[in-house]
Design a protein around this ligand. Structure first.
Ligand code: FAD
Length: 489
């Protein structure tokens, strides 16, 4: 007679879609009990912050990759849909699990759900453990001298870096014990995560390889090909000198600890072969911004909805739907802005420098609310992340932590001329302007009729005139932003 199987441990996957350096999975393996890995598609708990269209595309492929990797270890991924608390309770009952483990998420809605769930499961006699798998330093561990949260990046990062030792990442398990009969699972194909517009998905597919193996490859390529030139090169959108790790990080296909360890090993390898620590330090500082954004969201959970600086609550934003649509479609008449918005639509990603330019254009030139930009990014970015997106938009609008001052209005022509001097970025994403000479490429409305004709551009027909005139829009922004400052000072 064979012995009854041990009660399993449920591993609840969320934003940690990987096998390596996954502490919750590691704990389940250590227990020596059968493992039930589950992913629950919970569109209820996040409310308006359920994943947007591009993130859902990513999620589909990332889950397919995770499911394949778990299947190879003989332990199928169980898919369930609905309220996570309800679905998890049901799975505990069905499997007789006596323990549930997960890695922590930091969105306010996730924290509220997970705390309640932990208390309920424990009250029912189920052991629950959660782990840090997503951050170098969890938000409550970093405090100012007076014990409060940081609102300025540089001292925050100094405090995090002092004595930081993330340790070595854990390898992926080589074997998982499974239940003899796995619980029922949904079929991924039935979840409808893929966009109904196939032309959109095509651009995403050409740009990315979601999943743990894709993430590892991106990191390796970046370290070998780009990190040494990162400090000078990271501001130039036509050059592939940033890591493109953001969607992999958001979905937890790679951990910051893995990145930290690989980058430092790379940077300390013999100089010449690898390029030294300058590029590595500058790159790791950007991971620091990710940490800072999560710190802000944890301590100021209203970040995606309300300005951190309360003076901005009364700000007189415009509501011009035509302007918003022109911005979304990349038809503002400012080539660098339009190139960025089209890159976003085509690939689900946009270069950081250009995110700042298009963001400034929306909130300053068009005076449209930062929340409208945040919402569009949420739907179209494959790396849409509540902390980074909200903090990025508040920074741009001047109402966030360590924010850009209100009088900084990026000039889209100068930004284009400085960061895309040869026009490679604009020519790629705004091909109707490709034949214009460099001197007018970033301001086609200044080109004379002969130049326009020679380049095959009919303004107002092939490409729009600017939706607003820069000088007037800048002055309107300065007046409006100064008014709230004066009203409240
Ligand atoms: C308005 C606005 C909205 C943004 N929305 C998001 C978002 O939803 N999701 C997101 O991941 N990033 C967001 N960012 C930050 C940044 O633009 C992206 O993280 C970066 O462009 C991703 O490209 P990369 O992986 O090649 O970055 P790299 O330059 O290679 O940087 C490495 C990693 O550091 C982190 N990082 C880099 N810059 C920042 C930053 N400014 N803030 C926070 N983390 C950073 C990212 O995780 C990134 O993958 C936003 C920035 C702005 C200005």
């Amino acid at each position: 007679m064979s012995a009854a199987p041990k009660p399993p441990v449920i591993v609840w996957f969320r934003q940690d879609l990987r096998l390596a350096d996954n502490p919750a999975l590691g704990r389940a393996v250590q227990s020596g009990k059968p493992v039930v890995p589950v992913y629950i598609l919970d569109d209820h708990t996040p409310g308006p912050w359920a994943p947007g269209g591009a993130s859902r595309w990513w999620l589909h492929h990332s889950l397919a990759a995770l499911s394949g990797a778990l299947g190879d270890l003989g332990c199928p991924l169980i898919l369930r849909r609905g309220r996570a608390d309800v679905a998890l309770h049901a799975l505990v009952r069905e499997t007789g699990a006596e323990a549930v483990v997960w890695n922590r998420c930091y969105e306010p809605h996730a924290i509220a759900r997970d705390s309640a769930l932990k208390a309920d499961l424990k009250a029912e006699g189920v052991a629950v453990d959660s782990f840090n798998a997503a951050l170098l330093a969890e938000p409550w561990t970093v405090k100012t001298g007076t014990g409060g949260p940081y609102k300025v990046f540089t001292p925050f990062w100094k405090a995090v870096r002092e004595g930081l030792d993330p340790g070595l990442p854990e390898p992926a398990p080589r074997h998982l014990a499974a239940l003899p009969t796995p619980p029922d699972s949904d079929r991924l194909e039935d979840w409808g995560l893929l966009p109904t517009r196939p032309d959109w998905a095509g651009g995403l597919r050409d740009s990315w390889t979601p999943g743990e193996a894709g993430a590892r490859q991106r990191l390796e390529d970046f370290l070998v090909q780009a990190v040494a030139r990162y400090p000078e090169g990271r501001d130039y959108p036509a050059q592939p000198l940033t890591s493109h790790l953001s969607p992999h990080l958001h979905h937890g296909e790679i951990s910051p600890r893995q990145i930290w360890a690989a980058a430092r090993t790379h940077g300390t390898a013999p100089r010449g072969a690898q390029g030294g620590m300058d590029g590595v330090d500058s790159f790791l500082r950007e991971l620091g911004w990710r940490e800072f954004c999560h710190h802000l969201l944890y301590h100021f959970p209203f970040l995606p909805e309300r300005p951190l600086n309360p003076k901005f609550e009364a700000f007189a934003w415009d509501d011009n739907a035509g302007h918003l649509a022109a911005w979304q479609r990349g038809l503002t008449g400012y080539p660098i802005v339009d190139a960025g918005m089209r890159e976003l639509w085509a690939t689900g990603w946009m270069h950081n420098r250009v995110r700042m330019v298009v963001g400034s254009f929306l909130v300053k030139h068009l005076l449209l609310p930062w929340t409208a930009g945040q919402a569009w990014f949420w739907d179209t970015l494959v790396d849409a992340n509540l902390a980074n997106n909200a903090a990025g938009w508040q920074w741009i609008a001047g109402c966030g932590a360590d924010a850009a001052p209100y009088f900084r209005v990026f000039n889209p022509v100068l930004q284009g001329e400085k960061f895309d001097a040869r026009g490679d970025y604009v020519r790629r994403w705004v091909p109707e302007l490709a034949r214009l000479p460099d001197r007018v490429l970033h301001q086609p409305w200044t080109a004379d009729p002969i130049t326009l004709r020679a380049a095959g551009v009919r303004l107002g027909h092939d490409y729009p005139y600017p939706v607003v005139e820069h000088k007037a829009a800048r002055q309107r922004a300065l007046d409006t932003f100064a008014a709230i400052r004066d009203d409240n000072d």
